[in-house]
Each structure stands twice: as structure tokens, then as C-alpha cells.
Write a protein that binds this ligand. Structure first.
Ligand SMILES: [Mg+2]
Length: 270
């Protein structure tokens, strides 16, 4: 559709779209991984048994964490620490060591610190300008976040972005029905062409939006998680390396979708 002006409903994912989150998970995974690798390798007495590396630990952890998230689409705060615990058990199994209950508890509590990381949550560079720009253009802005309400509210409070949003939705499951419910309640006066979903998860943000016929922008994230991957027809959504370019892309789209594709292509990493 060309030349549409007026108010839009713009639905933003929070984690790794507006707020840095993946980097905390990565840092904690490396800390826990280093600790486990050191403790397991220290206990290995048989020189024939190969020592474990941090890289191996991180690959196994990603496999286990992704499988647990696939099996439990509802957000569970215990999943991430428990997935480290399971990885510790896998390391013991592969090296023939008997798991140590104290070590197991230590692994769980180290990983659980991801929810009260000592550093403050930070907005992604340029995100505040994006929010202010879209707000000043009169659009309705929504935060649409997967997680536990108290954890996500802490991030919104620390970054001070709550006041710029018309609605904040923290949901335990992100799928087609979750977005549909938000639109049915808060955006009944918008047509699908006036609704945008912006996020870094192909699986949880982009696929449901495309299935519903809404506009969607996938934001590239350097801390991507295997669980977030999905196959989606690339002609049905836009992809940007960073949230910074969102207002320009939306404005191009309503001038002419060809221009928007040219803009998108000009930002692709060569
Ligand atoms: Mg996200």
C-alpha cells in the first residue's frame, strides 16, 4: 500500500530489540562455563579422558537450553539456570565423573544471577531516539515482551522508557494468539496495514506477525539464540541490522514499498 499516512500501531519486542539482554546471558553463560570446565577438568585423573573446553560447554548448553525452551513455550525463570545444571550433568556423564550435589547447586545459583545482574540494563544505542521520533509522529507504541512481569518491569523502569509507550504487555507465551489479543483489545481501529511488529526473534515476533498479515521488521542481534530461529518467507517482512533505522524504513514503506526494499538492501552487511 502506498501513501498511507496517519497513526500506526507499532508493537516492539523488548529484549535485544530495545534493551540489551542477550549480552548478560552470554556473560553469565561464559562465567558458569568457565567454572564448570575448571572444576570438571580438575577432577579428571585419567589422562586418557579428554578435558572439556569452554567452547564445548557453550555448544552443549545452547543445545540443552534451546530444547528446554522448545518443550516449554511458556516463559519459566527456572529454565535458564536449570539448563546450566543439565549441562553440568552432561559434562559429568561424558567424562565419567559422579555429579557433586554442592557443585550442582552452585551452578544453578550462578546461572540464576542472570536475573539480578549487577550492571544496569541499557537501551540499545539509538533506541530512545527511535521511540521519541515515532511517538512525536503520533503513533501508538506498545511493548510486547516475553518473560516474567517483575523481571521485564525492572528493565523498563531502569531504562525509563515506560512513559513513552501507550501499552506494556508482558506475556508468558509469544505467538499468533498473543499478538491477536493485543490488537483486538487496543488497536481495533487499525487495519493490518497500520500494524507493525518489530523484534529480533523470527520465531516469536516475525512469524506470528506475518501469519496475521501485519507488517514486520526483523532486527538483527549479535547475541541471537537458536530457539528464536524460524523459516519465514523473506518477501513478507523487512530485515534491519539495527532498530535505529526503523522510522526511516516505515516512512519509505508508505512512500513506496520498492523504495523501502532499496533502503533495506542498502543496509545489508556486504
Ligand atoms: Mg527479543
Amino acid at each position: 500500500m502506498e501513501g498511507l499516512e496517519g497513526r500506526l500501531d507499532i508493537i516492539f519486542d523488548l529484549d535485544d530489540t530495545l534493551v540489551n539482554t542477550g549480552e548478560f546471558y552470554r556473560k553469565i553463560s561464559e562465567q558458569v562455563g568457565n567454572w564448570v570446565v575448571e572444576h570438571i577438568n580438575r577432577r579428571l585423573e585419567d589422562p586418557a579422558v579428554q578435558k572439556i573446553t569452554l567452547e564445548q560447554y557453550l555448544v552443549w548448553h545452547d543445545e540443552i537450553d534451546t530444547k528446554m525452551a522448545d518443550d516449554n513455550p511458556e516463559f519459566q525463570a527456572w529454565r535458564y539456570p536449570l539448563s546450566h545444571n543439565e549441562t553440568y550433568l552432561r559434562c559429568c556423564q561424558l567424562t565419567g565423573l559422579i555429579p557433586d550435589k554442592i557443585e550442582e547447586r552452585r551452578v544453578y545459583s550462578m546461572a540464576d544471577r542472570v536475573y539480578d545482574f549487577p550492571e544496569k540494563h541499557r537501551l540499545i544505542d539509538g533506541a530512545l531516539t527511535v521511540i521519541k521520533t515515532l511517538k512525536s509522529q503520533g503513533h501508538r507504541l506498545h511493548i510486547y515482551s516475553w518473560g516474567k512481569t517483575t523481571i521485564q518491569q525492572d528493565k523498563i523502569r531502569e531504562t525509563g522508557i515506560g512513559k513513552d509507550f501507550d501499552q506494556i504487555h508482558v506475556v508468558p507465551v509469544k505467538d499468533k494468539n498473543a499478538i491477536k489479543r493485543i490488537v483486538a483489545e487496543f488497536a481495533t481501529d487499525s487495519s493490518p496495514e497500520q500494524i507493525w511488529v518489530i523484534g529480533d526473534s523470527l520465531r516469536k515476533d516475525i512469524l506470528p506477525a506475518v501469519q496475521l498479515g501485519y507488517n514486520a521488521i526483523h532486527i538483527g542481534s549479535k547475541n541471537g539464540w537458536s530457539h528464536d530461529h524460524a523459516k519465514v518467507d523473506t518477501t513478507k517482512f523487512y530485515a534491519l541490522p539495527n532498530v535505529v533505522h526503523v522510522p526511516a524504513l516505515i516512512s519509505c514503506h508508505y512512500r513506496n514499498s520498492e523504495i523501502a526494499r532499496q533502503f533495506e538492501n542498502s543496509l545489508k552487511v556486504k
